[in-house]
Ligand binder design. Structure first.
Ligand SMILES: Nc1ncnc2c1ncn2[C@@H]1O[C@H](COP(=O)(O)OP(=O)(O)OP(=O)(O)O)[C@@H](O)[C@H]1O
Length: 267
């Protein structure tokens, strides 16, 4: 038992010859909102997969929702940990009704079959869709939505079971500027609400960090570059080391931006 919502203690994940995560330690506590930043292949999605119980560490200790992984059964984990990711989106049938995409998460399922939902579930699904500005699409087929609309439906789905931990893997990936900013507003509201679950959001871009995020994990090549309170972590020096590029970093009204300071790459 631990009181951390997610705890990785010296976790290594090896697949074949490749060490995907190399001695990662992390403690995510109640009330915190984490962003995981790093270049392609850094191991960010693998950290989320550990948190969903989909993969196990090759060595080290992993606790999810206070329990050592393996003590909670997978179906319980599915309803207590909400996930939005493009891999999950790929498993949703294009002909699934948008409202059902959200509703089925109440049972940790993808795809409606014969289960019955009560009015409370129906109303919650409608409210969540409305909160993300896609309430008017509730009766459309999921496959007919734009990429931005699908992303928002997915975040609504991830919240349907009222999870204790919300995992968002590149929620703004592929969105246009307006779509990204609308999503940022919605996530800022969630981040600022003390009733919201703990959030871990994976992204490549500091511009995709909603206001109210408290902590950051910076990763490169399966290793931790830095982890801790966001204002101590998103420094030009640490971000430059993470992306292998000299970066200037700014914060304006709680949002971050970064750009290259020059052409030289740092090692
Ligand atoms: N089953 C596997 N076998 C071998 N290598 C794997 C396996 N799964 C993931 N990897 C590799 O592990 C590395 C980390 O993958 P991961 O998806 O966690 O990175 P990421 O930081 O999320 O990357 P991206 O930003 O590109 O999505 C990548 O180089 C990937 O190719």
């Amino acid at each position: 038992m631990t009181d951390a919502v997610l705890a990785l203690d010296d976790v290594t994940v090896v697949r074949g010859e490749k060490t995907i995560l190399d001695s990662i330690s992390l403690r995510v506590e109640d009330g915190q909102r984490w962003v995981v930043l790093g270049p392609n292949g850094a191991g960010k999605t693998t950290v989320l997969q550990l948190a969903t119980g989909r993969i196990y560490p090759s060595s080290g200790e992993l606790h999810v929702l206070g329990e050592k992984l393996g003590r909670l059964d997978v179906s319980e984990l599915r309803s207590r940990v909400g996930l939005a990711s493009s891999a999950l989106e790929g498993r949703i049938q294009g002909r699934e009704r948008v409202k059902d995409v959200v509703l089925t998460a109440a049972y940790g399922m993808i795809g409606r079959w014969r289960e019955a939902y009560d009015d409370f579930d129906e109303t919650r699904a409608e409210d969540l869709l409305a909160a993300f500005g896609v309430g008017h699409l509730a009766d459309r087929d999921f496959g007919t939505l734009s990429e931005g609309e699908r992303k928002r439906v997915q975040v609504a789905r991830a919240l349907m079971s009222d999870p204790e931990l919300l995992l968002l893997d590149e929620p703004a990936g592929g969105l246009d500027l307006g779509g990204r900013e609308e999503l940022m507003w919605a996530l800022t509201e969630i981040a600022g609400d003390h009733r919201s679950p703990v959030i871990i959001l994976v992204t490549h871009h500091v511009e995709e960090i909603p206001q109210g995020f408290t902590h950051a994990l910076l990763m490169r090549d399966g290793r931790t570059v830095a982890a801790g309170p966001i204002e101590e972590t998103l420094t030009p020096h640490l971000l430059s080391e993470t992306f292998g590029l000299e970066l200037e970093v700014e914060r304006h009204r709680g949002r971050w931006s970064a750009r290259a300071a020059g052409r030289a790459r740092v090692e």
